[in-house]
Structures are given as structure tokens and as C-alpha cells.
Design a binder for this molecule. Structure first.
Ligand SMILES: CC1=C(CCC(=O)O)c2cc3nc(cc4[nH]c(cc5[nH]c(cc1n2)c(C)c5CCC(=O)O)c(CCC(=O)O)c4C)C(CCC(=O)O)=C3C
Ligand SMILES: [Fe+2]
Length: 375
């Protein structure tokens, strides 16, 4: 018999993700869901639609979440953690509101949320919390008794998130031609966001100084690069760069873009680059198109050997990390001691997003944080 782990007071875990289209007819309605009220230029939308059509209108993200769901259920069962796991998305079926309704109908009263986004930022945290608030409002409108919803802390520096990425980079280096391997640089990539959003990310107003998005990514990049050096005995120079920029051209977003970075490295005489998408939890469309298709084609034109390393996806170590986070948060909620696990210098993230954390452009209600209008 495995030890029995205690998730009290929680009675369910909700895997909350982005969602993606599952066929050509889904692409346009999916993009409308994503960009409603977000001010994305029409041209950009057409372009992004083409990325999906290139892959038959199917994003890999939903299958990746199905695999993660399986990995979580298997890990929980093997470790005596009796906690049902549900799955809902912000932008495509199964929709968050439908999943939350199902959970309420099943009698779930205390729900813990795992978002497939490891870092602080409006897009990676508060926007998920706004969607939770919208879903709760919808259920309230249906006359349902609302459950209490909490969100797991940011896990960017949890070993179960970092270590699979180290393996990925080591494997990608090994795939490079031997004569360029030792001189290879590492390009850690993440989603570009508006600099205004990056500057205010994380707790602000006396609880930190903003800038958490970049700071957290730099820390993960450093941790991965150091572990790679320990494993390979080679110190590969690295830089944090950005991908998947969207929005209007006159609004500043985080730079440099991965394609410009590859050109710059090539011009500087760097013999090869490993692109490591540390900003993402799975190899979804931003990875498949922006790195494997676009950036890889640019590298080929330059004659620069590149490889792209894997994200954590459904790695059993990531599932174990989620179990660890669930057990930790449950203990905290019971008023017991917990020993939050985190690598590196930043320490474990806050358990509950404080008031004003990762502010939005517009004032909208957000659940599962200190400024939630829900209990
Ligand atoms: C920080 C961040 C993450 C990482 C955290 C997380 O994972 O949540 C992320 C993930 C994802 N982004 C995704 C897809 C899209 N993101 C878009 C647009 C935007 N993303 C933004 C940021 C982020 N995005 C921002 C600031 C915008 C501008 C519009 C706005 O301010 O809201 C658009 C609109 C078209 C475009 O402009 O690109 C699409 C289609 C998919 C699904 C991929 C698939 O289908 O496999 C995933 C996982
Ligand atoms: Fe995005």
C-alpha cells in the first residue's frame, strides 16, 4: 500500500489550459475566442490562422493536456493521493465554464487549479484568474452554489519543471554535429509580452518591484544552463530571447525575437544554437510553428545548425511536481507546516496572488487571489 497523502480541504484538481483547435473548421472561431477585445491587428490574425492550417487546423495542445491528465491521474493513484482531476480550457472545448459546472454537479466544493503556465504575468496568471471569475459568474447566474477556487503557486523553479528541460537541452546538444557542439550557444525562449505588462508582472505596490516575468525566466535559464554545464562539462553561453510577438507594431514588446537573435549569433560567428522554449509547458503551436518551422527555416537559410529542445509536457517528474504542490498547498490551507520546494535564488513563489498582482489593462474581477470577489 502506498502512503496516503492528504489533500484536505481540497476535493478536486482542475487542469486549466489555453485550448486549441482540433480541425480546420475550429481555427477561426478559436482565434476569435482568443483575441476578443484584445486589439490584435487583422493581418496578424490571418497569419496566425495560416500557422494552424499548415498543421491541418489541429493544435497539439489538447492531446498534450490529455496526456498530462493521464500522467497526473497515474501519479496520484500510485502515491495514494485521492483527488479527482478535471480539465477545462480558456479558449476551446472542453470550456472552463462547462468543466466547472460539471465539478459543481459532482459535488466538488474546494477546487485547486493548476494552470499550464509556470510564470507570473497578466497573460500567464491574472488572465486565467479572470476567466475563472467569468466562469463562476456564469454558474452563479445559473443558480448554482459556487465552489471555492484556489490556484497553485507558480512552479517555474520547481525541480520537476526544470530538470526535464535540462535533459531536453542535453539531448539537443548531443544531436548537433560534433564539430559545432562544444561552441553551441543556448537560446532560452519565451512568449514575448508588451514591456508594460512585463514591467508590472508579479506582486507590486510594496510586495516586490514588478518585472517578475523576466526575472523568473532569467532564473530558470540560469538554472538550466548551470545544470547543463554540470552534465556536459561545457559552459555554453546563453541568452533569454522572445518569440510569438503579436499586437500593434507601435507598442513595445520584449525583444530580441528569436529569428533576429539567430541572425545576430550567426554574424558573430557562433557555430550552432539550441533553442530551449522554457516559457512553455508543452510543445504546442507556438513551439511547432514559431520555433520548429519559422526560426528553423531562418537558421537553415543562414547555414546555422540549430536544434529545439523539448518542454516538460507529460513528463512523470512534472506530474510528481504537481502532486508535491498539491500536498504543499493543502497543508498550508490546513494551517500546517509545509516545505515549499524550489531551486535557485528566488525561492518559492507566493501561495496566493496578492491584491493588484500582474495587473490588467482593464479592471475586471479575478478569482483565486487576494482580490477575488468570491470567497
Ligand atoms: C505569456 C503567454 C503565453 C504563455 C503562458 C500560457 O501558456 O498561457 C501564451 C501561451 C499561448 N498562446 C497561444 C495562442 C495564442 N496567443 C495569442 C496571443 C497572445 N499571447 C500572449 C501571451 C502568451 N501566450 C499575448 C500577450 C498575446 C496577445 C493577445 C493578448 O494580449 O491576449 C494568440 C492570438 C494570435 C496572435 O497574436 O498570436 C494565439 C492564437 C497558445 C495556444 C497554442 C496552441 O494552439 O497550440 C498558448 C499556449
Ligand atoms: Fe499566446
Amino acid at each position: 500500500m502506498p502512503d496516503v497523502l492528504d489533500a484536505t480541504p481540497y476535493d478536486a484538481l482542475l487542469l486549466l489550459s489555453f485550448g486549441g483547435p482540433e480541425g480546420p473548421e475550429d481555427v477561426v472561431p478559436f482565434l476569435e475566442n482568443v483575441t476578443r477585445g484584445r486589439g490584435i491587428p487583422k493581418e496578424r490574425l490571418k497569419e496566425v490562422g495560416q500557422h494552424y492550417f499548415l498543421f491541418g487546423g489541429v493544435s497539439p495542445i489538447n492531446d498534450q493536456n490529455r496526456a498530462l491528465l493521464e500522467a497526473l491521474r497515474k501519479d496520484f493513484a500510485e502515491h495514494g493521493l485521492d483527488l479527482p482531476v478535471y480539465w477545462g480550457n480558456r479558449n476551446w472545448a472542453p470550456y472552463l465554464t462547462d468543466t466547472l459546472r460539471e465539478m459543481v454537479v459532482d459535488g466538488r466544493r474546494r477546487i485547486l487549479v493548476l494552470a499550464t503556465s509556470a510564470y507570473a504575468s497578466y497573460s500567464g496568471c491574472r488572465q486565467y484568474r479572470e476567466n475563472l471569475a467569468d466562469a463562476l459568474a456564469a454558474l452563479q447566474g445559473e443558480g448554482l452554489e459556487l465552489p471555492r477556487v484556489d490556484k497553485l503557486r507558480h512552479y517555474f523553479n520547481h525541480p520537476g519543471f526544470v530538470e526535464p528541460m535540462v535533459d531536453g537541452v542535453v539531448a539537443s546538444l548531443a544531436e548537433l554535429p560534433e564539430d559545432v557542439r562544444e561552441g553551441a550557444h543556448l537560446a532560452f525562449t519565451t512568449h514575448s509580452i508588451p514591456t508594460a505588462s512585463a514591467d508590472t508582472s508579479g506582486p507590486v505596490a510594496g510586495h516586490g518591484d514588478g518585472g517578475a516575468y523576466v526575472r523568473q525566466h532569467l532564473e530558470v535559464a540560469r538554472l538550466v544552463a548551470e545544470a547543463v554545464r554540470e552534465r556536459t562539462g561545457v559552459e555554453h553561453p546563453w541568452q533569454l530571447v522572445y518569440q510569438s510577438r503579436s499586437g500593434a507594431a507601435h507598442i513595445p514588446w520584449l525583444e530580441p525575437d528569436i529569428c533576429d537573435h539567430l541572425e545576430e549569433r550567426h554574424a558573430a560567428g557562433v557555430p550552432a544554437v539550441v533553442m530551449a522554449p522554457i516559457g512553455f509547458v508543452s510543445d504546442h503551436m507556438e513551439v511547432l510553428y514559431d520555433l520548429d518551422t519559422e526560426a528553423t527555416a531562418r537558421a537553415r537559410e543562414l547555414g546555422l545548425p540549430v536544434r529545439r529542445s523539448a518542454t516538460v509536457g507529460a513528463d512523470p517528474r512534472f506530474a510528481a511536481a504537481v502532486r508535491d504542490l498539491v500536498v504543499e498547498r493543502s497543508a498550508v490551507e490546513r494551517g500546517q507546516d509545509a516545505t515549499p520546494c524550489a531551486l535557485g535564488a528566488l525561492g518559492p513563489s507566493h501561495q496566493v496572488c496578492p491584491v493588484g498582482c500582474c495587473p490588467a489593462r482593464a479592471d475586471r474581477p479575478a478569482a483565486a487571489g487576494a482580490d477575488s470577489p468570491y470567497a
